[in-house]
Design a protein around this ligand. Sequence first.
Ligand SMILES: Cc1cc2nc3c(=O)[nH]c(=O)nc-3n(C[C@H](O)[C@H](O)[C@H](O)COP(=O)(O)OP(=O)(O)OC[C@H]3O[C@@H](n4cnc5c(N)ncnc54)[C@H](O)[C@@H]3O)c2cc1C
Length: 355
Amino acid sequence: MSNKSLEVVIIGAGIVGLTCALALEKEGINVKIYEASSEYKEIGAGLGMGPTALRILHGLGVSGDVIPPVEQLHRQENFLQFRSSKEGHELIYDSYKSKAVDERAGLYGVGRHRALVLAALAKCIKPRVTHFGKRCSAIEASPYGGRTVVHFTDNTSVEADVVIGADGIKSTVRQAVLPEDDKSDHIGFSGTVAYRGLVPTPVARAAGVNSDFPMGMNCFIGKDKHIIVNQIQGGKLINVAAFITDPSNSFSKPYHPDENAWVVPATTEEIERDFSDSSNELVTLLKCIREPTKWSICAVHPALPSFAKGRVAVIGDAAHAMLPHLALGASQGIEDAHLLAKLLGDPRVSAEHIL
Ligand SMILES: Cc1cc2nc3c(=O)[nH]c(=O)nc-3n(C[C@H](O)[C@H](O)[C@H](O)COP(=O)(O)OP(=O)(O)OC[C@H]3O[C@@H](n4cnc5c(N)ncnc54)[C@H](O)[C@@H]3O)c2cc1C
């Protein structure tokens, strides 16, 4: 039995919004997505995906090379080696050899290009479900009772039984689930910036990066800094994320997203300066990143008292954007989408029950 009478609007067509739309459609629920950009968009970087998220996407019919069946994954692909960032890259800890991890055998994930994951999801979305160029500006209860009204910056609006904010860390929808007297942005700067980018493996090799970076993840550690290096897309590309932290500036003051650019172009010179104490090979790899970007790493902080209020809910980064060090933010959001769709799809749930 399906819940066909419920009308749901999702704000945001990122990985989490698209997953939620597919999951709701599977439950027989009428869904529309409103996205601020003019097309589906993801940044050129890698994305680690956990096994639960992969299983959910498979169940929704997202498959192919980008989302392989979990059973086909290679155990080694998802294990992390911690090494010194200094010359010689001394091995500090190898999770592949760890007994603790062995006992959880079967919990594998993959590293993928973000844009390809989004494209694989978008391919499954039916035409006319996503409305582009629609930036949500406010949400309010309908004056005619029951439903919720979403307003857009182009002065249009839509009504729905349920509104789901999948509009990322700078969420507009989030304000609608906060207590009335809470005017905080709920965004904190962690004191860490990350330089990010992808390097084609042959480019790195030609520049002199000769180490055999294994298929697993590598974390090269220095003082208040670490560099994540992993091959993605079957070894064709190397994903690089180089983090540097100022611990004195961690969640220490309010952070206003409109006053601070979060992602800015970076120069090779500043990356070289920040990581000059790393090995020559790592510096060479960092210099190979074309058009590197510099990210201020933020999180939803302080945590929200609730992810839902009345007929509005937030999921993914809008609800709980977290620090990226477990590489699980998107995967967690995929799980949110799955669970919320199951809840709304329960035949016992109708618009009248959602208060
Ligand atoms: C450096 C770094 C590395 C990371 N690595 C990993 C990793 O390896 N694995 C992992 O699982 N996660 C990782 N994450 C976290 C992951 O990127 C996020 O958790 C995930 O992308 C969130 O997806 P989302 O769909 O919730 O939000 P987003 O991807 O931010 O999508 C939000 C969408 O909403 C749209 N939007 C925003 N505002 C509005 C509005 N007002 N109206 C309409 N549309 C709007 C946006 O245009 C966008 O399309 C990393 C994060 C960082 C910063």
